[in-house]
Design a protein. Sequence first.
Length: 539
Amino acid sequence: MTIFIGGAWPYANGSLHLGRVASLLPGDILARYYRLKGEEVLYVSGSDCHGTPISVQANLEGVTPDVIAERYHKEFDECFRQLGFSYDIYTRTDDSFHHRAVQKLFLQLLDNGHLVRKSVEQTFCYACDQFLPDRFVEGQCPHCGQIARGDQCDACSSLLDPIDLINQTCKLCGNTPGARQTEHFYFTLSLFQEKLECYLAESTGWRENAVHLTERYLKEGLLDRAVTRDLPWGIDVPVEGFEGKKIYVWLEAVCGYLTASMKWASANGKDWRHFWMKNNTTAYYVHGKDNIPFHTLIWPAILSGVGHLHLPDRIISSEYLTLEGKKFSTSRNWAVWLPDLLERYDPDTIRYFLMINGPEKRDSDFSWREFIYSHNSELLGAFGNFVNRNLSFIQKFYGGSVPDAVADEEIRSQVLHLYVQIGVLIEEGKFKEALETIFAYVRRSNKYFDERKPWSELNNDPPNCSTTLVTCIHIIANLSNLLEPFLPFTCEKIRGFLGLNEPSWGYTQVPPGQLLPLPELLFQRIDLSRIQEEVERLG
């Protein structure tokens, strides 16, 4: 089996906050898990460097968009590395390879009859003397009345045309824009209505929010969408007569999944078609719920329009993460920024919290109290304590050498079942339940140690003491496999303690006589006074 995993492309217009990271982390868990199973995995993503938010930020700072894109792409790349994201390629949309590949896909869609020319009215600011990118237009959503930007309403999830907004204003100057005739290419999305209805009906492995929102769009009826815009920044339209126009970011950015695969293949002497034209590929797409229609309708329609390319199989679309009960707000600095968090906290602590309390099925909240308490009670108190107490006992009473004994067969059977159970949950996108199940087993393992009382067995029944310790060491070895997708840095440390090499998705034993080093604490306790300190930093 081949596994393709596409992680959503963050806009390179500002630092990553935890709300964004929470929706992306499942991609890395999937990639690490499938690699452990020995499957062929291609995990791709990159920075969206052409979006209007970059132009907005550039205007605010008085610099060109490429300056902003370069700054934040480098920051994203470093943050993902520190957080343990194992992308096979993390690229960018202003890359020349992406430009050429997107232009080729554009021409394929044109040749296949899926792009048509239309003369239309587009929002034009006479004060700024320019056509306005969609996100430079703000107003009231014509469907729900809430404040919306030009291409999508965050309140009701409607896809919009800025010309339809009520009480429009230009984000550049604050004046009311007008409209002017211009010619653009449109993607004939409406012609894919029936095909996409069948695609949805046959699909499995989608989260409920993706199913419901896609059903809504299909019920309302799909509309053709502009694929070019009058913009100064982006990918040139490769058609005579369209000089100065750019390929619309919603089309070229989503094509990044394919162009990144092509670039990875070119750099590594591989064939990208191996992941895009095979029936035995499973393709996961990992993103927030605001990106659902682009992954369940628009991207499948583009792939069908190009022809013979593998459509998304599993849609891992997260809900929203709030902060201390309120929506993240970058303008009010009501956010926890990833670069800042990584400077002060263990990356596995961040990964753990975002999975165990993440917005998997419903909106969830990040609170500093819960973040620090979960670290101290679960990571340090349950998991770290189990590892440390066993390794310390063997150091103190066995000279650091793993006893020569056979592990408890019932425990071995439980662990084997755990591999199957956790594997199914991860493949189904139930990451929270998988992590909860593993930590429930950690607590049971602590109970096993307490009930066996090796400190008493040591004098009264040495053979049973050896069995207890070997059983616990084997549990630890297998926890380092089971938790590898979630806590890769911690699990690497554990394998170092046990003298193990690469992790695997199968029962692992530590040989008798293996010398164990003096253990170091996996996690340090976080003082509870930090809760108030962190809350006061907000805003």
